[in-house]
Design a protein around this ligand. Structure first.
Ligand code: UN1
Length: 510
């Protein structure tokens, strides 16, 4: 790994923040230390919000709701259109900041911002398509219809690995739906959140007459998120992160009859069938398992390979694993950046130890010495050949570990595929239409995302994103996810001069 040609991370961060419009006072002298996974250096000390600040932001957002809900949706869409413009103009800088804060390679950092732009475009179109139904009624001279109204303040809790795109899937849609947004980003990624917020500020200034408090950011640790989770003025909470976190959020929001959109753990698999195009499968597996250093919720973690092709595929895969370029994610040519921090590294090593104890054969997985120093965690991705789907394979470890299992029979592999608690994403590699269609059928993959001849990660925003079981059941982005941010009213209008009752009920008074 060579870093000689690159500017020091701290200096580059300061320059990017300034260009993106984040005031220096917000990122220095505070109590939250932010480090870059690239070299472990402290890149900011961010001012944290107090519980009072959090409550004040929620109150301001609620006030904004009273006004924003009456602004016509296409006009609300104009704000999101302007945000899309700001994101286009800042794509390079914000993408680079994502690379510095999350450790993604440049093209993935840029891709994350592109995903934000895409959802803005989608939401602008949607602002003219918040359709309700008209419904046949059993009563003469009556009309029934459904109207969709803004729900209220949307709370967004996001994770470090997609520090800004996940906010945008929620915020772009919520804003056109008439909902203010209060965002609690990961304490490991507050800088990209503040930068995004600065861009929102630019869009708001150009928009002109939006209410204050329409978009808030809460910087802090779990206690600050909890305020958002518990406040009855926040009818919708969208949370992305671990299943452990989601279980707590779901119960607390349910206790006050709020609504959750949850995007939690994944344990995504691919099945490589006898007829698979192995060149294509190899590339797809490499990106899905090693990309983002295995730190996507959609990362490929379990690979089932048919016995007849294992001898061809696995040696090639091992070669790719041995040779993939690991290093500073800002360096062109790097494919795999660092793990987020020491905790990620320790979790990875503990998982590999457990896999070995369960008779797994591990290739790779070791820490790579780099000029980045002692507090940066670069690892060679690990390929682990497992004789069975042991307990460790059933858990999500947020690191580049791919468990490989050889199978013989399609029904049995389908059962194994579904025999984990998570249900986010999945894929099959085959040119046999029967296998492909069975995988996509009601008796096939039980995940929210099921793909054929592409890996499980890297979804685009047009489709609903999310999964079943311990993944939490939420759907974000694309299709009709907008309904989660609105409340539905059923309206019955009588334009006659009598009062027929439904179900033929008689109730005559003098
Ligand atoms: C996440 O890891 O939380 O499908 C989201 C993908 C990306 C989103 C991942 N579009 O891999």
């Amino acid at each position: 790994m060579s870093t000689a040609s690159l500017p020091p991370v701290t200096r580059e961060t300061a320059a990017l923040l300034e260009r993106l419009g984040v005031p220096a006072a917000a990122v220095s002298g505070g109590t939250l230390s932010v480090t870059s996974p690239i070299d472990g250096s402290e890149i900011a000390r961010v001012r944290e919000h107090t519980p009072e600040d959090a409550r004040a932001q929620i109150a301001a957002a609620h006030d904004a709701f009273i006004e924003w809900r009456m602004v016509p949706a296409p006009r609300r869409g104009e704000l999101v259109r302007l945000l899309g413009e700001e994101l286009r103009a800042a794509k390079e800088d914000l993408g680079r900041l994502v690379s510095i804060e999350a450790g993604k390679i440049l093209s993935e950092g840029q891709g994350e911002v592109q995903e934000m732009i895409d959802i803005c475009d989608f939401a602008v179109g949607l602002s003219r398509q918040l359709y309700g139904l008209t419904i046949a009624t059993e009563r003469p001279n009556h009309r029934m219809m459904e109207t969709w109204h803004p729900a209220g303040v949307v709370g967004v809790v996001s994770a470090f690995n997609f520090p800004v795109a996940v906010w945008s899937w929620n915020a772009a849609i919520a804003l056109v739906c008439g909902d203010p947004v209060v965002w609690k980003p990961s304490e490991k990624a507050p800088l990209t959140a503040l930068a995004t917020h600065a861009l929102v500020g630019r869009a708001l200034a150009r928009f002109g007459d939006a209410p204050a408090g329409l978009a808030g950011v809460l910087i802090g640790r779990a206690e600050i998120g909890e305020i958002l989770v518990d406040d009855a003025r926040v009818p919708v909470v969208s949370a992305t992160g671990s299943t452990r976190m989601g279980r707590i959020v779901a119960q607390r929001v349910a206790a006050r009859f709020g609504r959750c959109v949850l995007e939690l753990g994944g344990n995504n698999a691919a099945i490589v069938c006898p007829s698979a195009d192995l060149d294509l499968a190899l590339r797809a597996i490499a990106f899905a398992a090693m990309g983002t250093a295995g730190q996507r919720c959609t990362s490929l973690r379990r690979l089932f390979v048919h016995k007849s092709v294992a001898g061809k595929l696995l040696p090639r895969l091992k070669k790719v694993y041995r040779s993939a370029a690991i290093g500073d994610p800002r360096e062109s040519g790097t494919l795999i950046g660092p793990l987020r921090d020491e905790a990620s590294f320790k979790a990875m090593q503990a998982a590999l130890d457990e896999a070995r104890a369960a008779s797994g054969t591990v290739t790779g997985g070791e820490r790579i010495a780099t000029p980045a120093g002692e507090v940066a965690y670069y690892v060679r991705p690990a390929l682990v050949e497992m004789p069975t789907q042991a307990a460790i394979v059933e858990r999500e470890t947020f690191a580049p570990i791919l468990y490989v299992m050889v199978y013989e029979e399609f029904d049995a592999v389908l059962a194994l595929h579904n025999a984990v608690p998570q249900g986010l994403s999945s894929s099959i590699f085959t040119t046999d239409i029967r296998e492909a269609e069975r995988f996509l059928s009601a008796a096939g993959s039980d995940c929210g995302i099921a793909n054929v001849n592409i890996g499980p990660s890297g979804a685009e925003i047009g489709g609903a994103f999310g999964g079943e079981k311990e993944t939490g059941g939420g759907r974000e982005a694309g299709t009709d996810s907008w309904r989660a941010y609105m409340r539905r009213a059923t309206n019955t209008i009588n334009y006659g001069s009598t009062l027929p009752l439904a179900q033929g009920v008689k109730f005559d008074v003098e």
